[in-house]
Each structure stands twice: as C-alpha cells, then as structure tokens.
Design a protein around this ligand. Structure first.
Ligand code: SF4
Length: 241
C-alpha cells in the first residue's frame, strides 16, 4: 500500500521521523499523487516559506507540475514583488485575484467575509479553471491551534484530493530545508514575521503559536482564511464564494 492510501498517525510522525525521512516521505507523497493525477495535480503557492518549500519539492518530482498563487489588493509590496519574481522564474505559476468592489475596511468589520471574497473565491476559480483534481498545500500541523487535526491526504470536496505533503514538518525543518537548498524566501521574514498574509491582518509577534500574528483583535485571531475549511468546488455559478 502506498502513502496515498495509508493513514499515518500524524502526531507520532512529527516526533519520530528525522529530517531526511520527512523530506523523503514528502517527495514520495507528491510522486505517488503525480503518478495518479498527472497534470491535474496543482500546487497552491501562498508565497510563504512552507509553500516555497513544497514548490521546490514538487519541482524535484517533475518540472512540469503547475501551480497557482492567490493574491489580494491588501498584500504587502514585498509579497507582490516576490510573487512577480517567482512568476517570472516559473511561468507555470498562474495568478488568481478577485478585484470585485467590497466595503471599506471589511477586513475589520467582517474578516471572514473579506477572506471569502478575496481568497476563497479565487482558489475556487483556480481549481475550476485549471481543472484540478489534486491540490497540494504547505499546511503543517504544528503551525497553530487550527491546524492540528489535518491528515496528509484528505478529500474534503468529493473528487478533489488535498495533499499536505509537509504536514509533519516542524517550523525549524522548513527553514533547514530552505537553507540547505538555498531557496529564496519572501523578504518579510527578515523583519520578524513568522506567518504571512494581507498587510492589515498580519503582525509580528513573539508568541509560540506561529499564526498568532494573524487577524489580531478579531474573532479570527490566529485562525484561518477559509481555503482549508470551505468547500472549493461549490457555488461557481452563485455569488462566487
Ligand atoms: S487576510 Fe484580511 S485583508 Fe486579506 S482577505 Fe482576509 S480579511 Fe481580507
């Protein structure tokens, strides 16, 4: 039985596999999925450190693997510049953005709605337009309180496999991988950010929780934008969300 079919105990794997074993496992997961899904396997690239590590892993499996980036009007300039550099280097990375009009400061009054419009909708569009049957993410189970219960292989939407190949990596192991392969990262990490998002909703903190700086002061604090929790194959003909 391959890794795609098996269900490892995530919490045990985090603590028992060493760095090399984790890298090999991640490569094997992507390899098996690519053999099964071919061109309908697509990497979601958020331009954060975890995503660029996954993107590098996927490129080792096949340079032909495609990806998508979801950006918003509120992304910091550094992230936009980094995105443009990545897309220039990898034209197979496609950008999705929702430019629809929204109320001023919706990120303060209703951040869930803001993320639904600006982040979840473009992901749905990417899945639809790129004919994705397997999307690959940089999710890790040690990132924060909302990420502890995921599996390496999931099917939250029927017929849409979600692969989380570095789910069991620790933050340190991501940096270890990026350093060893000399992979360029978003310059905002130099400023002290540990989790990157839109400018109004992302702060530098010194808390243990990696995602503690996200949506501070709202009900969403340390939480999720919704792409990992919302259905991604529904309502394409409805309100777009
Ligand atoms: S992170 Fe903030 S600004 Fe960005 S889409 Fe979500 S609520 Fe809106």
């Amino acid at each position: 039985m391959g890794l795609l079919e098996g269900k490892g105990d995530v919490k045990t794997l985090v603590g028992t596999l060493n760095f090399k074993q984790k890298v090999d496992r991640s490569l094997q997961l992507i390899k098996e999925a690519y053999e099964k899904y071919g061109d309908s396997l697509v990497v979601a690239n958020s331009l954060g450190k975890d995503s660029v590590a996954v993107w590098h892993l996927a490129k080792q499996v096949s340079p032909k693997i495609r990806g998508f980036i979801v950006t918003t009007r509120f992304k910091p300039k550094e992230t936009i510049d980094f995105m443009n550099q990545e897309v220039a280097r990898y034209p197979e990375l496609k950008i999705f953005k929702n430019d629809t009009s929204i109320p001023d400061e919706l990120y303060k009054t209703d951040p869930d709605r803001c993320c639904d419009i600006l982040k979840v909708e473009p992901v749905k569009r990417a899945v639809y337009e790129m004919k994705v049957n397997c999307w690959v993410t940089g999710l890790r189970c040690t990132e924060g309180r909302t990420r502890t219960d995921y599996q390496e292989v999931e099917e939250r939407d029927e017929g849409l496999l979600k692969l989380n190949p570095i789910l069991i990596w620790q933050e340190r192991e991501v940096w270890q991988y990026l350093a060893l392969y000399e992979i360029k990262v978003n310059p905002l990490y130099k400023e002290g950010y540990r989790s990157l998002g839109c400018a109004p909703c992302t702060k530098i903190t010194s808390e243990d929780n990696e995602r503690a700086g996200r949506w501070i002061g709202t009900s969403k604090c340390g939480g999720e934008c919704g792409i990992h929790t919302r259905p991604l194959r529904k309502n394409m003909d409805g309100d777009g969300i």
